[in-house]
Ligand binder design. Structure first.
Ligand SMILES: Nc1ncnc2c1ncn2[C@@H]1O[C@H](COP(=O)(O)OP(=O)(O)OP(=O)(O)O)[C@@H](O)[C@H]1O
Length: 265
């Protein structure tokens, strides 16, 4: 089995007249969670879209050892699930129907959903605790509730590789922790997760970090490695510091003039 889920070689991509990604080469390991981090405008979302084949690019991208362009589109959609940033999805659709959209790559043209499709949608809605809303329309949900339904849609695909752009947007801390548990369970099942995250402390729970700045990768490494922590601090202009706390890594903002009353001691 190929140990690499997604590989990019000499990947460049433009938005309008501007080249945003410059000659990126990287290999994302299979059955691992990799997090892409970096400052605003670094090109993280653009990279994720290019890896998903959603953006024209030069250079090569391979999914599970096979060039993206060589995949029949339906098979590719079965293997690669996508959760985008600020996605619009029909507000009039019910939560159930939105999650069922994730099953489209598995359904024959115009044929009704199978028992397997129903089971996958139920599993996904239960996993994101959205099952109780299945009869409500998407437009009636709050931002965080909506995000959990869109996550369920991505999970319902039951793909080998999941790409998620800011999946924690609008989620409260308990649901962020649930998302973490969910991703770790997916990885234990052998699935590959690649996410763009702004929440650095959450990102440090991943297996590997890809650190980006100005359309390039400045570092790729294990989350537990000191070199990864230093790369992270550097890319954010040393305005954060990574520390170990109770068996986790945390990223604290570096504030030079902390008022005395705010000191924990
Ligand atoms: N249509 C466009 N034409 C030209 N440049 C664009 C276009 N859309 C986005 N950009 C620029 O591309 C760069 C990369 O954007 P991208 O969304 O990939 O960054 P990001 O790292 O995901 O940022 P953020 O953390 O703010 O979400 C940014 O500098 C952005 O201004």
């Amino acid at each position: 089995m190929n140990a690499i889920a997604i590989e990019a070689r000499g990947l460049s991509a433009r938005l309008g007249d501007t080249e945003i990604l410059h000659n990126i080469t990287l290999a994302l390991p299979r059955a691992r969670w990799t997090c892409i981090v970096g400052p605003n405008g670094a090109g993280k979302s653009t990279l994720l879209k290019a890896l998903a084949g959603l953006l024209p690019h030069s250079g090569g991208v391979a999914l599970l050892g096979r060039p993206l362009a060589d995949w029949p589109s339906r098979q590719r959609a079965q293997q690669l699930a996508w959760l985008g940033q600020n996605e619009s999805s029909g507000d009039d659709l019910t939560v159930w129907d939105v999650a069922m959209l994730g099953r489209l790559p598995h359904q024959a043209w115009l044929s009704p959903p199978s028992a397997a499709d129903h089971a996958a949608v139920e599993r996904a809605l239960r996993a994101t605790q959205a099952w109780g809303w299945r009869a409500r329309s998407l437009g009636q949900l709050s931002g965080g509730e909506r995000q959990r339904v869109l996550l369920a849609r991505a999970l319902a695909v039951e793909a080998q590789v999941l790409l998620m752009d800011e999946p924690l947007a609008n989620l409260d801390p308990p649901h962020q922790a649930d998302w973490l548990d969910l991703v770790q369970a997916l990885v234990r099942e052998g699935k590959t997760v690649v996410s763009v995250l702004h929440e650095i402390a959450m990102a440090l729970h991943a297996d590997e970090l890809v650190v980006m700045a100005q359309g390039r990768i400045t570092h790729q490494g294990l989350c537990a490695e000191p070199t990864t922590h230093r790369a992270l601090e550097a890319v954010f202009d040393h305005r954060i510091e990574v520390h170990a706390l109770q068996g986790q890594w945390v990223a604290l903002p570096r504030i030079t003039s902390l008022p005395k009353t705010h000191h924990a001691d």
